[in-house]
Each structure stands twice: as structure tokens, then as C-alpha cells.
Write a protein that binds this ligand. Structure first.
Ligand code: NAG
Ligand code: NAG
Ligand code: NAG
Ligand code: NAG
Ligand code: ZN
Length: 655
């Protein structure tokens, strides 16, 4: 019936919808929320099922499985549109070939149009080498043995670091010094094998990798066994010698301590010569000592193949390996993060909108902060006045960065300057060559901070790792005391500037409160407002009530305790901030649902989804998170008329 009416009066239907979309943001958000609710599930028994039960059905045909992926997807679609527009503009004579958009477009087109052969791993490997004057073993001329003796694994790792490749045998990071975040140091340690991307996969996978590298067929199987055995042996070493703390050493001291040519290695990382008094942060001396024995007794060709296999895995991890427009947009987002932020901002957030969003988000954040400062003032933890002042000062100094852009610089000129020395010299589209160029560019920007120091607060933007670069979720930067809110986060249904405050506080507000709580979680409390490490005796995480609160939160043990702290304290803060002032306002004018219920239903939007519980990284799964937050939270039980709190565990409190 509805369909027929609509078909007959298309213009009116369309117009009516458009008008709806403009006039009624609250109703629009509300009906979206309600479309996920499974009324036949009780809110008290299983709130996730109640609030999110219909999510999978509604989004069964969509390429995302929860809200932040949905926002990411919208951003990626926008970027495809933007790239199409740039492509049009690039045909006209006025198009500036050295502009930021020209460079982004260039990589996007390489991704779309680059021949498949330029994406092959063999091609990547031909464009690289394990050092000056030596090729990878499989490219040696026919009939000549590969010059094993010229292969030096440390040199190879130093050489390949230019593409940001590390965490194989040695881990190299460029990190803020603990005592002074403006001073950056080389941090040398043993590798981690924790994540899937940090080790060879299963046996079949290893065979496939070796095959893709162009290793002769007959060598694939024996080499696969050998490099896997090598990795297993290294992993055993990392497990056996993970006992010392990181310390600062001069290169000479560290060489003496471990017996490696670190100076050479470090020079190859920074790209110029260094004094032997150059200071690095280093750890795991014993690991390095025993590693040396292992490496000396391993065939260099096996080592070269192991390094190469891990390099290939690294490269694969850093690319969508697809020439679909939406995947190429993701590739641009990942490899040219700052450029993407600028272009997105200029195209989709005109100055008035950007200013409006900034004000809206800042207002919510400032209210949360104000409320939290009141809470700190009440001093439930029984802190000394000195400690109280320290926490309050830290919270007062948390900075919001919207869009991950330098807040004190003109965005366009800053970004143009940033990409000044990025050039794609040749006209043909070669995916691997351009990808490697961008990896080198990205690494150089990071490494140069060793010489130049950290960016000033005015210029600060986070040089995001590839995964954060592609994500629209906010994050807290402990060493900068900054919360980054990517532009992509400020979209419906997560945020609508013209919606009722209750929507803003229950969803965006909760997420901001969660991030704010990271500034005072068990790790956050170890750093002062500048992001520098506090002396042991200045730390308050050992306050007895804080410890009791943390232990209470861990009754149902979680690996991600700080996330739970941020969730639970964040909910408490967002809720009290909103209802502190608005408890009298019993009803909104767009629905008969109570404000308290709206609050919790909208909060659930952040957790609704049909993601496999196995697929969560660095957090408990969403259902678990939501349940842990609401267990024993009195306002929730009141809102849904759940039975008295008798059988509910007592609520934990920190602040
Ligand atoms: C082209 O872009 C570059 C980099 O942003 C800039 O330095 C140059 O002035 C621009 N040229 C013109 C003609 O606008
Ligand atoms: C932002 O824009 C919305 C819709 O146009 C408006 O309702 C709201 O008051 C604006 N906020 C600010 C802080 O100007
Ligand atoms: C721990 O988890 C179980 C099952 O998931 C639940 O029944 C219980 O209430 C939880 N306890 C706390 C303290 O959250
Ligand atoms: C709550 O009320 C105080 C005092 O009137 C006001 O300054 C503050 O902006 C209000 N907070 C919210 C979240 O509206
Ligand atoms: Zn978090």
C-alpha cells in the first residue's frame, strides 16, 4: 500500500523525506535507535539483546558491522566522491600539479589504474634490497652463488627500516623520552610476537609467502621449515629474557654491553653519522647476547629469507590489495593521513560548519570536565591536597584536537609544507613503487623528530599508525595529554549538531568522557599534565581507595582493565553531567520515552553490532563492555524498572 502511494507521488514522497531529514533531527535519531530495539527481550535480563537485537537484521546488506565502521564507511564514500571531483578538476588547465590534492589523487589513481603486475611481491622485492650492493637471494644471476658473506642481517634491518619495517629480530621505535616528551629517542628492544601481524602465519601461509617472493619452487618447502624454526627459536629467546627495564645508554655503552655494531645500525636509521656518545633508550641486553649466538649459527640465506618473508607480510598488511575505488580511498587515508584530513575538512566541512561542530563538541567536553573537576573536589579517594591539585591540573590541561590537525597553524599551508618533499617522479602508475615512496616518506617524517624534537603544541598532529589513520574513532594520547576526535566521528547517527542535548551527552559525551578517563587511568596517572613521567613518590595510583576501586572493577577479570575503567567511570561522568542539570526536565517533546531510557538506548548505539566476539582488539567485546558498564549502575536499573538491586553486584567507584 505504502509503496503504491509512493510510486504515484514520487516527488511529494521525496520532498517529504527531505523535509523530514531537515526538520526533525530528534525524531530521526530516535527512530533509528528504536529500529534496533528487540522489544521481546527484557532490558533487565540482557540489555545488549534488548537495545541492539535488531541491528544485524537491519544492516544485513551493509559493508559494516557496527557504528564506527559505519562512520568509516561514510568517510570512505565521501573520499571516493572527492577523488572523482579532483579527477575532473585535474583535466582543467588551472590544476596545480604540486598541490596536496594532486599528490593524493596521484596515489589514488595509481591504486585504481596501476597494472596488477606492479602489485606483485616479487616486484616490491626487486625495487628493494637487503643493503647496498646486494640483492635478495632469489634474484642472483643464474649459475652464480648468492654472496652469503656480504649479507649482514643488522645492516639489512637498518636498511629496511627506511620503509618503517621493524620488529623483526630487533624492534626500533622513535619515542618520546619518559622524562621529557619534547625530546625523542631511538628505542631498541627485542621484538614482540603478540599480534598476528607480528609473526609468520600458519605453515600454508608461509609457503604462499615464499612462493609470492619468487623463491625457486624446489626451495620453498625446506626454506619454509627453516624460517619457521628460526622464528620459533627467536620467540623462545624473547620469552626467556624479558626481565630488565629499559634504560638510557650511549651507543658505545650499548655496543659494549651486547656486542653489536649499534652505531652503524643507528646511523642507518637516522640517515647521518652519530657520535658514539649518542644516547638511546634500550632494553633486553641478555636477549641480544644470546640472539647473537643463534644468528651466528644460522645460514645467512635462511635469515635473509626470514627477514624478507616478514617484510612481505608487513607490506601486505599496509595495503588493501584491491583496486576498487572504496579500497583505494582507504589506501589514501592510510598512507596520506594528514592530506586526507585536510581535503576532507575543506570539502565536507565548510568553515562555518567546522566552527559549529568544534563549538558543540568543545561545549560537551567542557561540561564533562567541569563535572569531573567537581567530583575530584569531593575527594572520595582521600588524596592529599597536593595530589588532588595534580590530578585536577592534569584534567584541566587535556586538549581536544578535532580532525587531528595542528591547532595553531593554517591548515592548508601547514599540510602543503608537510608534503613538499613528497614527489612521484615518473608518469607511469606503479603501485609498489609509489607505496614504497610513501612508506619512506612516512618514516622520514617520524625519524626527523630525533634531530628536530617534538612538534610544538601549535603544530602538533598525531602521526597516526596505519590503523588509526583509517579509523574515525577518538583516542587519547598519553604523552601529549590530547584527545583526538577524527572528523569522521562527527556524523549521524553518532552526532547531530542540531539534536537535543540528551543525544549529545549519551553517545558523543560518553565517548569523550571515556577518553578523558584515560588521562587518569592506571597508566595515565603515571604521567603529568605535560605527558612526562612522574617520580614514583608522586604517583597516586597506589592510593588505597584507588587500588580498591580498580580491584573491584576487575572482579570479572579483564585483560583490558584501563578500558573498563574508562567505560565505567566514563558512563558515570556522562550520566551525571547530563542529569545533574536536567533531572527536573521529565520529558522531551519528540517522544514519550523517558529521558533516562533515551540516554541508555542511545549509549548502546556505540556497542550495537554483529561483530564476531573474537574480532575485538585491545578491548573486551561490545556486549561484555555494555553489560559491565550497566551491572549495578542504579540509574540504569531505575530507568527500566529492573528488580531491586538485591542480587546485583555492588557498584565499584574510583573517583
Ligand atoms: C601549487 O601548490 C604548491 C604547493 O602547495 C604551492 O607552493 C604553489 O604556490 C602552487 N602554485 C600555484 C600556481 O598556485
Ligand atoms: C550548530 O548548528 C546547529 C544547526 O544548525 C544549531 O542548532 C546549533 O545551535 C549550532 N551550534 C552552535 C554552537 O552554534
Ligand atoms: C561476572 O560475569 C557473570 C557472567 O558473565 C555475571 O553473571 C556477573 O554478574 C558478573 N559479575 C560482575 C561483578 O560483574
Ligand atoms: C549546568 O548548570 C550550570 C550552572 O547553572 C551551568 O554553568 C552548566 O553549563 C550546566 N551544564 C549543562 C550540562 O548544561
Ligand atoms: Zn579506551
Amino acid at each position: 500500500m505504502f509503496w503504491i502511494a509512493c510510486l504515484l507521488t514520487v516527488p511529494i514522497c521525496a520532498a517529504a523525506t527531505a523535509q523530514n531529514a531537515e526538520a526533525l533531527p530528534n525524531s530521526r535519531l530516535m527512530s533509528n535507535i528504536l529500529s534496533y530495539v528487540a522489544e521481546d527481550s527484557s532490558a533487565c535480563d540482557n540489555y545488549f539483546q534488548h537495545a541492539c537485537g535488531k541491528y544485524s537484521m537491519r544492516h544485513i546488506d551493509d559493508p559494516f558491522t557496527e557504528i564506527t565502521q559505519m562512520l568509516d564507511h561514510k568517510v570512505n564514500e565521501h573520499l571516493v566522491q572527492l577523488m572523482d571531483e579532483l579527477q575532473q578538476r585535474s583535466q582543467s588547465s588551472g590544476f596545480n600539479e604540486s598541490s596536496v590534492e594532486a599528490k593524493a589523487l596521484r596515489f589514488y589513481r595509481t591504486c585504481l589504474e596501476g597494472p596488477q603486475s606492479t602489485r606483485k611481491m616479487v616486484h616490491y622485492l626487486r625495487l628493494t634490497s637487503p643493503g647496498e650492493g646486494i640483492t635478495w637471494p632469489q634474484f642472483k644471476p643464474r649459475g652464480v652463488p648468492w654472496p652469503k658473506a656480504n649479507f649482514k642481517w643488522m645492516k639489512a634491518l637498518g636498511h629496511l627500516y627506511r620503509y618503517g619495517f621493524t620488529n623483526v629480530l630487533v624492534n626500533v621505535l622513535v619515542l618520546e623520552s619518559f622524562e621529557n616528551k619534547n625530546h625523542l629517542l631511538l628505542y631498541l628492544s627485542m621484538p614482540s610476537f603478540k599480534e598476528d601481524s607480528q609473526r609468520l602465519g600458519n605453515f600454508l601461509n608461509t609457503l604462499a609467502i615464499l612462493h609470492s617472493m619468487g623463491v625457486p619452487k624446489k626451495s620453498v618447502l625446506p626454506l619454509a621449515r627453516k624460517i619457521r624454526r628460526l622464528e620459533a627459536a627467536v620467540k623462545v629467546l624473547t620469552e626467556g629474557y624479558d626481565d630488565d627495564n629499559s634504560e638510557t645508554w650511549t651507543l658505545r655503552q650499548w655496543e659494549y654491553k651486547t656486542g653489536y655494531a649499534w652505531q652503524d645500525f643507528a646511523e642507518s636509521i637516522v640517515g647521518h653519522s652519530l657520535s658514539h656518545q649518542y644516547v638511546v633508550q634500550a632494553q633486553h641486553a641478555k636477549y641480544f647476547t644470546v640472539l647473537k649466538r643463534l644468528m651466528d649459527s644460522t645460514d645467512p640465506e635462511v635469515v635473509a629469507n626470514y627477514i624478507m618473508a616478514r617484510f612481505v607480510l608487513y607490506l601486505m598488511e599496509d595495503s588493501m590489495d584491491s583496486s576498487e575505488p572504496i579500497d583505494c580511498a582507504k589506501d589514501v587515508r592510510r598512507t596520506m593521513h594528514l592530506a586526507t584530513n585536510l581535503l576532507y575538512e575543506e570539502r565536507f566541512l565548510d568553515p562555518a560548519t567546522l566552527q559549529n561542530y568544534t563549538q558543540e563538541v568543545t561545549e560537551v567536553f567542557n561540561q564533562l570536565r567541569r563535572q569531573f573537576l567537581l567530583q575530584i573536589g569531593k575527594n572520595r579517594l582521600g588524596l592529599t591536597s597536593e595530589e588532588k591539585r595534580m590530578v585536577a591540573t592534569k584534567v584541566q590541561h587535556v586538549v581536544l584536537n578535532i580532525g587531528n590537525m595542528p591547532r595553531g597553524r593554517d591548515h592548508r599551508s601547514f599540510v602543503s609544507q608537510h608534503y613538499e618533499d613528497l614527489v612521484f617522479p615518473l608518469a607511469d602508475f606503479d603501485y609498489a613503487r609509489e607505496h614504497l615512496t610513501l612508506l619512506e616518506f612516512r618514516t622520514r617524517k617520524k625519524v626527523v623528530q630525533l634531530d628536530q624534537g617534538a612538534l610544538s603544541p601549535e603544530e602538533f598532529f598525531y602521526m597516526a599508525d596505519p590503523n588509526s589513520a583509517m579509523s574515525s574513532s577518538p583516542y587519547y594520547l598519553i604523552r601529549q595529554n590530547v584527545i583526538v576526535v577524527p572528523h569522521g566521528f562527527l556524523q549521524e547517527p553518532l552526532f547531530a549538531a542540531d539534536s537535543h542535548d540528551i543525544f549529545k551527552y549519551s553517545l558523543l559525551g560518553f565517548v569523550l568522557a571515556h577518553e578523558l578517563m584515560h588521562s587518569v587511568d592506571t597508566t595515565g596517572l603515571q604521567f603529568d599534565r605535560h605527558g612526562n613521567l612522574l617520580e614514583n613518590d608522586q604517583q597516586i595510583s597506589s592510593s588505597p581507595r584507588f587500588e580498591a576501586g580498580v580491584q573491584c572493577l576487575n572482579r570479572n577479570t579483564t585483560e583490558f582493565l584501563n578500558e573498563r575503567i574508562a567505560d565505567i567511570a566514563g558512563l558515570d561522568l556522562a550520566y551525571s553531567t547530563y542529569f545533574q542539570n536536567n533531572s527536573q526536565r521529565s520529558q522531551t517533546d519528540f517522544t514519550t520515552i523517558t529521558p533516562q531510557q533515551i540516554f541508555f538506548l542511545n549509549l548502546a548505539q556505540f556497542f550495537c553490532g554483529n561483530v564476531d566476539p573474537m574480532n575485538f582488539v585491545e578491548h573486551d567485546n561490545d556486549q561484555m563492555r555494555l553489560q559491565q558498564m550497566l551491572n549495578g549502575f542504579a540509574p540504569f536499573h531505575q530507568a527500566f524498572g529492573c528488580p531491586a538491586m538485591g542480587n546485583q553486584p555492588e557498584k565499584c567507584q574510583l573517583w
